[in-house]
Design a binder for this molecule. Structure first.
Ligand SMILES: *Cc1c(COP(=O)(O)O)cnc(C)c1O
Length: 425
């Protein structure tokens, strides 16, 4: 599939007059069309709900777009809970799927009335000691161990993942929770990440539905929802075949009809906690070429670096690059596209074939809408960029300003050194 940027060189030239590069820009139209298609794919399930994985793109203006389509928030930390609450998302519109959870985070989640998804059997006691009761609605995260495969091909390795209860533990956990007053039960599992396959969700659903029937029969627990969590991937590479959400929704429906319905569980709600799939393709990191260097290789130095997008540096992840205005030129030049960190892995692309890049060209780095800005950090004292929203009407809204040196030094404000800093630079 040819990967095309959702902005043009002319648009960016206009935008940089107000907001200098680098910045992340998000495509409102794309986000809306995608969430609509997701909802349609699961419309067969009466209780269906997507809880957007806030950690993927913790920006309230983007999450608000999804809110308009009935999405809730999947939170994993105190500040994500705080952000959701500030947006007016509370109660069972929040799924709190965290692990290794500190007591104060459980306490705040309970105070907001969030659905708590326990990561371990020992967290039953820990939660009860922390908040003084077991909530009426509660969920447990399942990890079957081993490898997760579809048609003999391995997708991921849950046996090596820190998350979740074993099958025996979840059985025991449901009994304990029931004896402590829980009434509505959920099951959650996240067994493979960034799957570019229409088979992942249906296979996961089959496994969880079978477990649900067993849990119901053996513990008498009333299972009200099954949370398929995240893991639906996106085509980062031009040769990747994109998922078809209708086929995925239909595959889950077939599993539901063949396993849950005959077990008298045709009222179970399906939940999802997608992050990457909801936002990933609808963000670009826009950066300008500021240097070229000809040594043992050909380098293009840009004004963004790994603090703006960490995935290539830590996972060697591929992010497609479009040189804006040169979309139709042949890719005849081989470059490493680098940032300025004193780390040799600060490269957005290695040996990438691109059109001839000239200083001043704008590059759109694709698929930064999820796990992009959010993974940012401040190494080398670099500052995080702004986030912009390209609205459906073509206008641009600032949805997070860029960090300033004042932000960077803010945690020194209780110390003497603070008054010696040139914070206006
Ligand atoms: C990260 C995460 C998600 C979202 O995963 P994606 O791959 O972005 O869809 C959902 N649920 C939990 C518990 C997570 O940790």
């Amino acid at each position: 599939m040819k990967k095309e940027a959702f902005v043009t060189k002319e648009q960016i030239e206009e935008i940089v007059k107000t907001y200098p590069t680098p910045f992340h820009i998000y495509d409102e139209k794309g986000i809306k069309e995608n969430v609509k298609a997701l909802k349609e794919a699961f419309a067969w399930n009466k209780g269906y709900k997507e809880f957007f994985a806030v950690k993927a793109t913790p920006n309230p203006y983007l999450i608000q777009i999804l809110r308009e389509y009935g999405c809730g928030c999947d939170c994993s930390s105190l500040t994500e809970l705080m952000l959701s609450k500030a947006m007016g998302v509370t109660g069972e519109d929040i799924m709190f799927s965290s692990n290794d959870t500190p007591a104060h985070e459980f306490a705040y989640a309970a105070k907001l009335g969030a659905i708590i998804n326990l990561d371990d059997i020992t967290h039953i006691d820990y939660l009860e000691k922390t908040i003084g009761y077991i909530p009426k609605t509660i969920s447990c995260r399942f990890n079957p161990g081993g490898y997760f495969s579809v048609a003999n091909s391995i997708m991921d390795n849950p046996g090596d993942a820190k998350y979740g209860f074993t099958a025996e533990q979840i059985m025991e956990g449901f009994r304990i929770l029931k004896s402590k007053g829980a009434e509505n039960f959920g099951i959650h599992a996240f067994l493979a990440s960034n799957t570019v396959s229409n088979e992942y969700y249906p296979e996961l659903a089959r496994q969880l539905f079978e477990l649900a029937v067993k849990l119901k029969n053996e513990t008498g627990a009333k299972i009200t929802f099954i949370n398929l969590s995240g893991g639906i991937g996106i085509p980062y590479k031009p040769e990747d075949v994109p998922n078809d959400i209708r086929i995925i929704g239909e595959g889950v429906r077939k599993a539901y009809e063949s396993i849950l319905v005959p077990a008298g569980m045709g009222d179970v709600a399906i939940y999802t906690e997608l992050g990457r799939y909801m936002m990933g393709p609808f963000g670009h990191l826009i950066t300008q070429a500021i240097h070229e260097k000809h040594t043992h290789k050909e380098y293009i130095g840009v004004d963004a670096c790994a603090v703006n997008l960490m995935r290539p540096a830590i996972y060697g992840a591929y992010h497609h690059i479009t040189v804006l205005g040169k979309e139709n030129e042949p890719c005849e030049y081989k470059y490493d596209v680098t940032g300025s960190l004193c780390e040799n892995n600060d490269k957005f692309a290695i040996d990438r074939m691109l059109p001839k890049v000239e200083i001043g060209d704008y590059l759109a780095i694709h698929d930064t809408g999820a796990h992009g800005f959010a993974m940012g950090y401040n190494y080398n004292g670099k500052l995080k960029s702004a986030e912009l929203l390209l609205k459906e009407d073509g206008s641009v809204q600032l949805i997070r300003r860029a960090e300033t040196s004042k932000d960077y030094f803010a945690t020194f404000d209780c110390l003497d050194i603070y008054k010696n800093l040139d914070l206006e630079v």
